[in-house]
Write a protein that binds this ligand. Structure first.
Ligand SMILES: Cc1cc2nc3c(=O)[nH]c(=O)nc-3n(C[C@H](O)[C@H](O)[C@H](O)COP(=O)(O)OP(=O)(O)OC[C@H]3O[C@@H](n4cnc5c(N)ncnc54)[C@H](O)[C@@H]3O)c2cc1C
Length: 544
C-alpha cells in the first residue's frame, strides 16, 4: 500500500489525508499540536463558493474573474478555474460531513459580502467557520484512523526532506517528547504547514506557522514563489499580545471606515471608491488607511443590535475583552496588520513542487491568490488543494524501494547533539524578535529600494549573530534548529521584494508606483547552492 506523509493538520492537511485515505492510501498525519489548535480554527469570516443556491446573476465565471482581478492578474487562469469550479462540490461535501452553514428564514444560505467580490458568495457558520470545518474534518478523519488508514503523529515537527536525485522519499521528523530524530520514508511528502506568521512576530495568525518548512525545503532545492506578496488585513485591533482580527464580516454587514477631521467624520473609502468602498480588496484599503496617517475607526454601531449579536458576536466579545469597547455604541480603532501569505512553495497545477513526490497544499503553497487574496478564498483553496494533491499521488505508481537515509540521519543527529553540547546561552528568541522587527518594518505596506536594502542588511546581521549561537537550552530544540532556515527565508523574501520593481496587489513600491506589464508573472527564487537566484516565471513553469 502506498504511504503518504502529510506534515501539518490544519484544514489543508486534514482534507489531503482524508482524500488519500478514501483513495486507499495510508497516511501519517504529522503536527506538533492537534488539528483543533491549528490556525485554521481562527478563520471566522467564511468560505467562498458559487452553488446552485447562489445570488441571482452570480456564476462560477464571475468568481473566477473576481479572483484573478483581486490577485492583480498574477494567478494562473487554469488554477483559479479549478478552484472556483469546485466550490459547490466542496460546500456539498462539508455539509455532508456535518458542517452547518448559516441560513436565512427561508432556509437559504445567508451569504456574506466580502471584499473584491461582485456578488455575496461567502458561506459562513456563525462566527466560527474555521472551527466548524475543522471539527467536521476531524470527525471524518477519525473514521479513517479507526480503519488504520490515517495514523496521527502528535508532538512531531518537520526537520527536513529525504531527497535523492531530485526525488523526495519522506522526511526527517523531530519528536518533541523524546527529542529523537527519525527518518520516515514515504511515496509522497505533502507539506501543509500554513503561512509564515512567526517570521513577522505579531500578526493575526498563529505562531505555529513560522515558515520554517518552506525555508528548509528551499535550502534543499524546492523553489519558492511570490514571497513579496504579504497580505495586510486592514482592520485589526492592536493589543499588547497580538493583532486581533476584526473580520471583513463587519464590513460585509455594513461597517464603515472613517477618520476624524476637525470633529467631522470622513468616510474616506466611500468618498474615494463609492458605496462599495468599504469592501474594496484588502491591499487597497490597507494602503488607504496607511496614507490617511491618522487614527482610523470602523463603525458598526448604527447596525441593528440583533445583527451585531447574531452575526458578529466574536468581534463584539473581543472588542469588549481587549479594548473595553461596546461596539453597539462605539467605533473600533483599527490598523492594518500582517495576515496572510500569497507566496510560498511553488507548485504545479497538481500541487507538486519542482522536486518529484514533494507536494504542498494550503497556505504554504503559492498558486491561487496571485498578488492579493480575496477573503473567503483561502479556506476553499485549503480543501481544494488537499484534494488535488491526493488525487495526483493516487494516480501515480509508488516510488518503489527507498534509498538508505541512515547516513543523513546519523549526520543530522550528530549536528543536533553537537549543538546541544556547546551551550552558548545566547537567546534564540532575541534573534527571532530582531528578524521579526525587521520584516515588519521593511516589508510594510509601502516599500522602497532603500528600506528593502536596509532590511537585507539587518537580516545579514541576524544571520551573523545566529552563526555564533550553538544552543539555547531555555527554548525547545525546534526553536534552535529552525533558526537558520527562518533567516534564509527572511532574506529570500526581501530579495523577491527588491526584485519586483513595480506595484501590484499587496506589493507597493513608492519608487515604482505603477503596475508594469513586464512583471505580469510570478517571482521565483531558487537557493542555488547558497547564492539565491530570483527570476520571473515568464515561461509559466508553474501554471500549466
Ligand atoms: C484570524 C484569521 C482569520 C481568517 N479567516 C479566514 C476566513 O474567514 N476565510 C478564509 O478563507 N481564510 C481565512 N483565514 C486564512 C485561513 O484560515 C488559512 O489560510 C487556512 O486556514 C490555512 O490552512 P492550512 O491548513 O494551510 O494551515 P494551518 O491551519 O495554519 O495549519 C498548519 C499546520 O501545520 C503545522 N505545522 C507548522 N509548522 C510545522 C512544522 N515545522 N512541523 C510540523 N507541523 C507544522 C501546524 O501545527 C498546523 O497543524 C484566516 C486567517 C486568520 C489568521
Amino acid at each position: 500500500m502506498k504511504q503518504v506523509l502529510v506534515i501539518g493538520s490544519g484544514i489543508s492537511g486534514l482534507a489531503c489525508a482524508i482524500r488519500c485515505a478514501k483513495l486507499g492510501l495510508r497516511v501519517e498525519l504529522v503536527s506538533p499540536y492537534p488539528s483543533e489548535r491549528s490556525q485554521s480554527v481562527m478563520a471566522a469570516g467564511g468560505i467562498n463558493a458559487v452553488t446552485d443556491r447562489c445570488e441571482a446573476g452570480d456564476s462560477v465565471a464571475c468568481h473566477i474573474e473576481d479572483t484573478l482581478k483581486g490577485g492583480g492578474f498574477l494567478a494562473g487562469r487554469d488554477a483559479v478555474t479549478g478552484l472556483c469550479g469546485h466550490g459547490a462540490e466542496i460546500i456539498r461535501y462539508l455539509e455532508s460531513i456535518g458542517t452547518v452553514f448559516s441560513v436565512n428564514a427561508q432556509g437559504r444560505p445567508n451569504y456574506r459580502a466580502f471584499g473584491g467580490q461582485t456578488y455575496k458568495r461567502t458561506y459562513y457558520c456563525g462566527a466560527s467557520t474555521g472551527k466548524q470545518i475543522v471539527t467536521a474534518l476531524v470527525m471524518e478523519a477519525r473514521r479513517f484512523e479507526a480503519a488504520g488508514l490515517i495514523c496521527r503523529r502528535l508532538r512531531s515537527c518537520f526537520h527536513s526532506a529525504l531527497i535523492e536525485d531530485g526525488v523526495c522519499h519522506g522526511a526527517l521528523l523531530f519528536d518533541e517528547g523524546s527529542g529523537a530524530l527519525e527518518a520516515v520514508c514515504a511515496d509522497a511528502l505533502v507539506m501543509a504547514t500554513g503561512g509564515q506568521n512567526a517570521l513577522f512576530g505579531r500578526t493575526t495568525g498563529s505562531t505555529q506557522c513560522d515558515g520554517y518548512a518552506a525555508g528548509r525545503l528551499f535550502t534543499q532545492g524546492a523553489e519558492l514563489k511570490n514571497l513579496e506578496f504579504i497580505q495586510y488585513h486592514p482592520t485589526t485591533l492592536l493589543t499588547p499580545q497580538k493583532r486581533m482580527l476584526i473580520s471583513e464580516a463587519a464590513r460585509g454587514e455594513g461597517g464603515r471606515l472613517f477618520y476624524d477631521e476637525n470633529g467631522r467624520r470622513v468616510y474616506f473609502m466611500e468618498d474615494r471608491y463609492g458605496p462599495k468602498g468599504n469592501l474594496m480588496t484588502r491591499d487597497v484599503i490597507s494602503r488607504e488607511i496607511d496614507a490617511a496617517g491618522r487614527p482610523v475607526f470602523l463603525d458598526v454601531s448604527f447596525l441593528d443590535g440583533r445583527i451585531i449579536d447574531e452575526r458578529l458576536p466574536e468581534i463584539r466579545d473581543l472588542c469588549a475583552r481587549y479594548a473595553g469597547i461596546d461596539i453597539h455604541t462605539t467605533p473600533i480603532p483599527v490598523q492594518p496588520s500582517v495576515h496572510f501569505f500569497m507566496g510560498g512553495l511553488a507548485v504545479h497545477l497538481n500541487h507538486e513542487t519542482n522536486i518529484r513526490n514533494l507536494f504542498a497544499v494550503g497556505e504554504c503553497a503559492s498558486i491561487y491568490h496571485g498578488a492579493n487574496r480575496l477573503g473567503g478564498n483561502s479556506l476553499l483553496a485549503a480543501i481544494y488543494s488537499g484534494n488535488v494533491a491526493a488525487e495526483a499521488i493516487a494516480g501515480r505508481s509508488g516510488a518503489g524501494k527507498h534509498p538508505d537515509f541512515g547516513k543523513m540521519l546519523r549526520e543530522e543527529r550528530g549536528k543536533l547533539e553537537k549543538r546541544r553540547q556547546t551551550d552558548s546561552r545566547f537567546p534564540v528568541m532575541y534573534v527571532r524578535d530582531m528578524v521579526a522587527e525587521t520584516m515588519q518594518k521593511q516589508l510594510g505596506i509601502v516599500r522602497s529600494e532603500k528600506n528593502l536594502a536596509d532590511g537585507l542588511e539587518d537580516v545579514d546581521y541576524c544571520i551573523s549573530v545566529a552563526e555564533r549561537i550553538n544552543y539555547d537550552p531555555n527554548v525547545m530544540p525546534y526553536f534552535n534548529y529552525s533558526l537558520p532556515a527562518l533567516l534564509t527565508l527572511a532574506r529570500a523574501t526581501l530579495q523577491c521584494a527588491l526584485f519586483r520593481r513595480e506595484s501590484r496587489g499587496a506589493h507597493y513600491r513608492c519608487d515604482y508606483p505603477e503596475t508594469d506589464a513586464a512583471y505580469q508573472c510570478a517571482t521565483l527564487i531558487a537557493y542555488n547552492g547558497g547564492e539565491p537566484r530570483t527570476r520571473l516565471d515568464k515561461e509559466g513553469e508553474y501554471e500549466s
